[in-house]
Design a protein around this ligand. Structure first.
Ligand code: CMP
Length: 139
């Protein structure tokens, strides 16, 4: 099934603003199936590991602080061409640049507090899915 999954997190801003339901509805309406899901809160260690690829970027420490500031929803989503199609559904990283109707345009607060994460490649989708979920948590 390589190429058919992506990993999303509904981030602390969207959870705090009560957008979990609206975002999940958009995800289902766009044809994604939920393979795994959990409501959880990242530890600082987990957030640092998840975003390790950004560790030398100036926004890294703020990002870790934000991602550990409250609960998140993590999910594995399945669909043909999942990574690319999900990135279209969520829109640009900066909600100011996101297209109308995209999840970030509708629900994000800022470049950092941008409502949702979506994997950027098939390789990272698998790494990120394995980060959040064991085999017995996937259906
Ligand atoms: P995400 O798609 O989860 O990947 C990295 C995250 O870092 C991004 O969403 C934003 O939440 C955050 N971020 C903050 N500033 C920037 C920036 N200048 N460029 C990219 N990502 C940023």
């Amino acid at each position: 099934m390589s190429g058919n999954i992506t990993l999303t997190m509904i981030k602390p801003d969207a959870v705090k603003n009560n957008y979990i339901g609206a975002i999940l509805a958009k995800i289902n309406e766009a044809g994604f199936k939920i393979k795994a899901m959990k409501y959880t809160k990242l530890s600082v260690e987990q957030a640092r590991e998840f975003y390790a690829v950004h560790k030398d970027r100036p926004f890294y420490n703020d990002l870790v602080e934000f991602m550990t500031s409250g609960p998140i929803v993590a999910a594995i989503l399945e669909k043909e061409n999942a990574v690319e199609d999900f990135r279209k559904l969520i829109g640009a990283t900066n909600p100011a640049d996101a297209e109308e109707g995209t999840i970030r345009k509708l629900y994000a607060e800022s470049m950092q507090n941008n409502a949702v994460h979506g994997s950027d490649s098939d390789e990272n989708a698998n790494i990120e899915a394995n980060f959040h979920f064991s085999k017995t948590e996937r259906f």
